[in-house]
Design a protein around this ligand. Structure first.
Ligand code: APR
Length: 313
C-alpha cells in the first residue's frame, strides 16, 4: 500500500516520544520525525541523532529528524501524539485537561494542515477527551483518529493475572474497555489463560484486587517514578501503528469514536476494534455480562462528563 517508506511523525519528544522513536527505528517501521516545541528543538534533534547513531551500532537504518517546524510533518502517514504534560504524584489524568487541551488543539491544527492523510494515534491524557478533541479539530474521519489506552491497560491486566496464576504473560489474553481512568472496565468474561477462564484459576478475591490494581495501573507507576510510564505506553502505540501500516487486521482495544455502537453516541471510549490499512476498520460489539455493562455505562458517563468539561474550555 505504501509506495514509499512510511513517514512516522512523533508529536512530543519527551519520555514516550523518545521511546516511540527507539521502537519505530528498531523495527524500521519508517522514517521518523521527532517534533516538539521550539524551546525543546535541540532536545528533539539530540534524541534523533542519538537514535540514528544507535542504528549504526544495532544495524537498523532509517532517517530520524528532530524539529519544531510543523512543515516537517508534511504528508506523514502516521502521527503519534504525546504532546502535553504528564501526571505528577497525586494527580488524576483528568487534572491535566485544561493544559493538555490547548496543546492538543495546536497539534490538531498542525496535523490538519500538514498531514491531512495521517492515521492519528493520541496518547496524551486525559485520553478520551484529548482524542475527542483531536477528531474535532482535524475533522479527520473516525477511522483515522484513535486513542491508545486499551492495549496498555489490557497488558497491565494480563501481567497481574499472569503473575497471580503463575503462568507466562504470553498465555494470558484479556481486554480492558471503557474510559482510560479510574472507571475502566477489565472484562473478566473474556479474560483467559489459553482459553481457560481466569475465574477457574484465580480466586474471586484475588481477581477483585487485580481489577482494582489494573484501574490504578498508571497511578501506581506515577507514584513510584514521579512521572508517568513510558515503555509500555510507547510499545502499545507502536503495536497500533504497525497494525495500520502492515494492514494486520489486529483486534485491539482502542479508544474509538462511537456512533451508536454499544449504545453510545458522540463519545470516544475503549472498545475492541480491528486495525488495518483502513485505520479503525471495525468496532467489534461483544456481549457483556450485566455487571460489565453497568461498569461500562458508568465509565461512559464519566467520559461524557469530562468531554463536556473540555468542550467548555
Ligand atoms: N507540540 C509538540 N510537543 C509539545 C507541545 C506542542 N504543542 N507541548 C508540549 N510538548 C512536548 C513537551 O515539550 C515534552 O517534550 O511534549 C513532550 C511530553 O513529554 P514528557 O513531558 O516527557 O511526557 P510523557 O511522559 O512523554 O507523556 C506525554 O502522554 O501518557 C500521556 O499523561 C501523559 O499526557 C502525557 C503524555
Amino acid at each position: 500500500m505504501h509506495h514509499h517508506r512510511p513517514k512516522i511523525a512523533l508529536i512530543g519528544s519527551g519520555n514516550i516520544g523518545g521511546e516511540l522513536a527507539a521502537l519505530c527505528a528498531r523495527e524500521e517501521l519508517g522514517d521518523i520525525v521527532l517534533f516538539d516545541i521550539p524551546e525543546k528543538e535541540g532536545f528533539a534533534k539530540g534524541k534523533a541523532l542519538d537514535l540514528e547513531q544507535n542504528g549504526a551500532v544495532l544495524g537498523y537504518d532509517v532517517n530520524i529528524t528532530g524539529t519544531s517546524n510543523p512543515e516537517d510533518l508534511k504528508d506523514a502517514d502516521v502521527a503519534i501524539v504525546t504532546a502535553g504534560v504528564p501526571r505528577k504524584p497525586g494527580m488524576s489524568r483528568d487534572d491535566l485537561v485544561a493544559i493538555n487541551l490547548k496543546i492538543t488543539r495546536a497539534v490538531g491544527e498542525n496535523l490538519k494542515k500538514h498531514a491531512p492523510n495521517a492515521f492519528v494515534i493520541v496518547i496524551t491524557n486525559p485520553l478520551d477527551a484529548m482524542v475527542y478533541e483531536m477528531k474535532k479539530v482535524t475533522g479527520f474521519p473516525r477511522e483515522r483518529v484513535v486513542g491508545m489506552a486499551g492495549v496498555l491497560d489490557s497488558a497491565r491486566f494480563q501481567l497481574f493475572l499472569a503473575r497471580e496464576a503463575k503462568v507466562s504473560t504470553k498465555d494470558v489474553r484479556a481486554m480492558v474497555l471503557g474510559g482510560h481512568g479510574d472507571t475502566m472496565v477489565p472484562v473478566l468474561s473474556y479474560a483467559t489463560i489459553n482459553g481457560v477462564g481466569v475465574t477457574q484459576l484465580i480466586s474471586k478475591e484475588k481477581i477483585d484486587a487485580i481489577v482494582a490494581r489494573t484501574a490504578n495501573g498508571g497511578g501506581e507507576i506515577v507514584k513510584l517514578m514521579g512521572t508517568s510510564a513510558y515503555y509500555a505506553p510507547a510499545t502499545a502505540a507502536v503495536h497500533m501503528a504497525r497494525a495500520y501500516l502492515g494492514d494486520e487486521k489486529r483486534m485491539l482495544a482502542c479508544a474509538a469514536y462511537l456512533d451508536g455502537e454499544y449504545g453510545y453516541k458522540d463519545i470516544y471510549m475503549g472498545v475492541p476494534t480491528v486495525i488495518g490499512k483502513g485505520g479503525v476498520e471495525k468496532i467489534v460489539e461483544v456481549a457483556l455480562t450485566a455487571e460489565e455493562r453497568a461498569m461500562l455505562d458508568k465509565s461512559a458517563a464519566a467520559v461524557k462528563e469530562l468531554i463536556g468539561v473540555a468542550q467548555k474550555l
